[in-house]
Design a protein around this ligand. Structure first.
Ligand code: G3P
Length: 218
């Protein structure tokens, strides 16, 4: 499973990239609004740090506007992926972009039917939001399982990009189900490597090593 970071913050992206396990970046208008930089400039800076896919979202609601934005965004760098909402206009936009060889990420996916239609339109990625489903007392990970089954039934190549991940269990479940990508905030990426027994074990090894060195000096 590929690991993307879900942020538009350059320091967070650099930090995650330095861990050696980062495959790409996803952003959205809310994340960009925290950065106080012109979005096109921010995307350029992100693409200079990460060579893998970088999702940049359109904000128009109609296909014509989405396509115009997409064409501008695609000029920034060859690794830009156009993020488009799961709407009818999003479908039309996806069909056009995929015909021109431009990669797409269909965002705000909350149902298997949306996932199937965006795949038919040629989406490169579909982004089901698991955390936001959990927020309304619906099991978000069930949607990932449903989409995996449906895509496998038909050999669909659209990649399942699990989004709105809030904790390590979402990440582990996504991998168990066979999702293609998980996009994860930095705070959760760091929790993925945390284990109290690792910390206790390191401390014990280090204490015993010191004891050995002290006893040899005597
Ligand atoms: O990738 C989509 C993600 O940014 C949404 O996360 O936590 O706002 O639901 P959240």
């Amino acid at each position: 499973m590929k690991l993307f970071i879900d942020t538009a913050n350059l320091d967070e992206i650099k930090k995650a990239n330095s861990y050696g396990v980062l495959d790409g970046v996803t952003t959205n208008p809310t994340l960009l609004s925290k950065e106080k930089e012109e979005p096109m400039v921010q995307f350029k800076k992100i693409c200079e740090i990460v060579k893998g896919p970088v999702s940049a979202e359109v904000t128009s609601l109609d296909a014509e506007g989405m396509l115009a934005e997409a064409k501008e965004l695609a000029q920034i760098s060859s690794n830009i992926v156009i993020k488009v909402p799961c709407t009818i206009d999003g479908l039309k936009t996806t069909k056009e972009l995929s015909a021109s060889g431009i990669k797409t990420n269909l965002t705000l996916c909350f149902s298997p039917s949306q996932a199937l239609l965006v795949a038919k339109a040629g989406a490169t990625y579909v982004s089901p939001f698991v955390g936001r489903l959990d927020d309304i007392s619906t099991e978000g990970m069930n949607l990932i399982e449903d989409i995996r089954v449906i895509y496998d039934n038909y050999g669909i190549e659209t990649q399942i990009l699990v989004a709105s991940i809030r904790h390590p269990l979402h990440f582990v479940e996504a991998a168990r189900i066979g999702a293609d990508v998980a996009t994860v905030p930095l705070s959760v990426i760091e929790k993925l490597m945390k284990h109290p027994l690792t910390d206790i074990g390191i401390k014990r090894f280090s204490d015993d090593w010191e004891k050995l060195k002290t006893s040899l000096v005597k």
